[in-house]
Design a binder for this molecule. Structure first.
Ligand code: HEC
Length: 102
């Protein structure tokens, strides 16, 4: 009973993974950071290009995700980052945070 249930689950999960791997949406964090323009200030790997921009590398994913959500909702106020975050989906925020954070 339990075994067949977890087998069914893993088949379902495997199917979901295969589907998302085939999707044309960019799920690669580096590609998404380039596409969204984050790299212009925070760099490819989160080492910012100038000292007026925060480094993102080495930061916790959870912290980065919460900051992006806060900019989006304007709980954290910053005109530049609001502009960058306002149209990001929850999934894009998760991917970007995973790319830059650890
Ligand atoms: C034009 C330059 C610029 C671009 C482009 C940009 N940022 Fe930022 N980012 C900033 C600045 C400036 C801050 C600091 C804002 C503040 O004082 O809250 C910041 C802050 C952040 C923070 C919070 C860091 C911390 O330590 O709290 C995160 C996370 C972040 N940016 C992610 C991103 C992501 C992801 C993108 C792409 C969608 C992006 N940024 C695009 C300039 C930029």
């Amino acid at each position: 009973m339990t075994t067949s249930k977890s087998l069914t689950l893993s088949i379902l999960f495997g199917g979901v993974l295969t589907l998302s791997a085939c999707s044309s949406e960019p799920v690669d964090g580096a590609a998404l950071a380039a596409e969204k323009g984050c790299v212009a200030c925070h760099g490819q790997d989160g080492k910012a290009i100038a000292d007026i921009y925060p480094n993102l590398n080495g930061q916790w994913q959870r912290y980065l995700r919460l900051q992006l959500q806060a900019y989006k909702s304007q709980k954290r106020e910053n005109a530049v980052m609001y502009g960058m975050a306002k149209d990001l989906t929850d999934e894009e925020i998760r991917i970007l945070a995973a790319h830059y954070g650890k």
